[in-house]
Write a protein that binds this ligand. Structure first.
Ligand SMILES: O=C(O)CCC(=O)C(=O)O
Ligand SMILES: [Fe+2]
Length: 349
């Protein structure tokens, strides 16, 4: 049997004496980066403050500056009940404890359960994942969400519903901060493409030799992420090129500016490059919720942001074409948007 699950590789007897070659990164990974000074700490936004009329001004500025200067922030008071998150954590742990044959029932190419993805440089990630399209509902695969253990499925639905509301609230605030015409961007995301990735990173005896997730930016509009079992490992690259840990904050969620938001804002907001390091003795579980436009929506700089003062830096494409062009590219740092950039010579403007 072709062993693709990293979890199985780690569980196998006898224990691994060395890391298989195809996981080895070209350079050693710094697992613990120096504790950032407060100016280098990933910002936190209080969603309740942001959403309360009249009192959200400072919070709106915080959100704007986080999206501009970081492309990543933590959000607290987001409306997700800690009980739902705690239950979901238990259910996800149970899912990954299932025998491989059970998990393979959800196996698939791209969507579903799979492990150890190969990256552009031929190196594999140290992690397994369950990837599910959740919206639009007619795109849901019958063998995935509907077949999950019912408690996991029900809590996942509750979780997703809350995140949808949170996402549209955050997008509304971003439009306000960007002085975009109300709803131009949020309307494209309403009932758009959404998916969830539940990722399991097993411990690794030599964690500085591997990466759980290769450096990349998300091709999404925004991503809302939970460090489900309280084990860190997510790192974000600052604009000056250093890696900063996304610290574990109780009950916080992490929001990433994705490439599509970078395009909508004509580059005012920039997607964050991020990666995942793994732990020598602890497993790590994360869950990402990806928020995207509808298939028939157009991806391009917002019409009331571009003008003679601020010429478009990106092309306009239908979402379907954007997705095709994205998949034709290799995952490598922040290179995703190359296919959207307008050449500087102005010929294509
Ligand atoms: O596991 C994480 O914290 C990050 C996952 C991630 O970056 C992704 O799924 O795009
Ligand atoms: Fe990501």
């Amino acid at each position: 049997m072709k062993l693709t699950s990293v979890q199985e590789l780690v569980k196998a007897a006898p224990p691994l004496s060395s890391i298989p070659l195809h996981f080895l990164q070209q350079t050693r990974i710094a697992l613990s980066v120096p504790t950032p000074s407060s100016s280098a700490e990933i910002p936190t936004v209080d969603y309740t403050l942001l959403a309360s009329p009249g009192s959200g001004e400072t919070e709106l500025q915080k959100l704007h500056s986080a999206c501009k200067n970081w492309g990543i922030f933590q959000v607290v008071n987001h409306g997700m009940s800690p009980e739902v998150m705690e239950k979901l954590r238990g259910e996800i742990e149970e899912f990954y404890e299932l025998p491989l044959e059970e998990k393979m029932k959800y196996g698939g190419d791209g969507e579903g359960y799979g492990g150890g993805r190969v990256r552009a440089n031929g190196i594999r990630d140290w992690g397994d994942r369950l990837y599910i399209t959740t919206n639009p509902v007619h795109l849901r695969r019958p063998n995935l969400l509907p077949q999950l253990p019912s408690s996991l499925r029900d809590n996942l639905e509750t979780y997703i519903q809350t995140l949808k509301t949170l996402a549209s609230g955050l997008l509304g605030s971003m439009e306000e901060a960007l002085e975009m015409e109300a709803n131009e961007m949020a309307a494209k995301m309403d009932d758009g493409l959404q998916s969830v990735a539940i990722i399991y990173y097993p411990p690794c005896p030599q964690p500085e030799l591997v990466l759980g997730f290769t450096p990349h930016s998300d091709a999404t509009c925004i991503t809302i992420l939970s460090q489900v079992n309280g084990v860190g490992g997510l790192q974000a690259k600052t604009r000056d090129g250093s890696w900063v840990p996304v610290n574990i904050l109780p009950n916080a969620l992490v929001v990433l500016v994705g490439d599509i938001l970078e395009v909508f804002s004509n580059g005012l907001y920039e997607s964050a490059e991020h990666r995942v390091t793994v732990n020598p003795d602890k497993e790590r579980i994360s869950m990402a919720f990806f928020v995207n436009p509808k298939f028939d929506a157009e991806v391009g700089p917002a019409t009331d942001i571009v003008g003679p003062e601020n010429p478009a830096k990106f092309k306009r494409k239908g979402m379907e074409q954007y997705v095709k062009d994205y998949f034709a590219m290799k995952m490598e740092g922040r290179s995703n948007l190359e296919h959207m950039k307008i050449d500087n010579d102005g010929c294509r403007q």
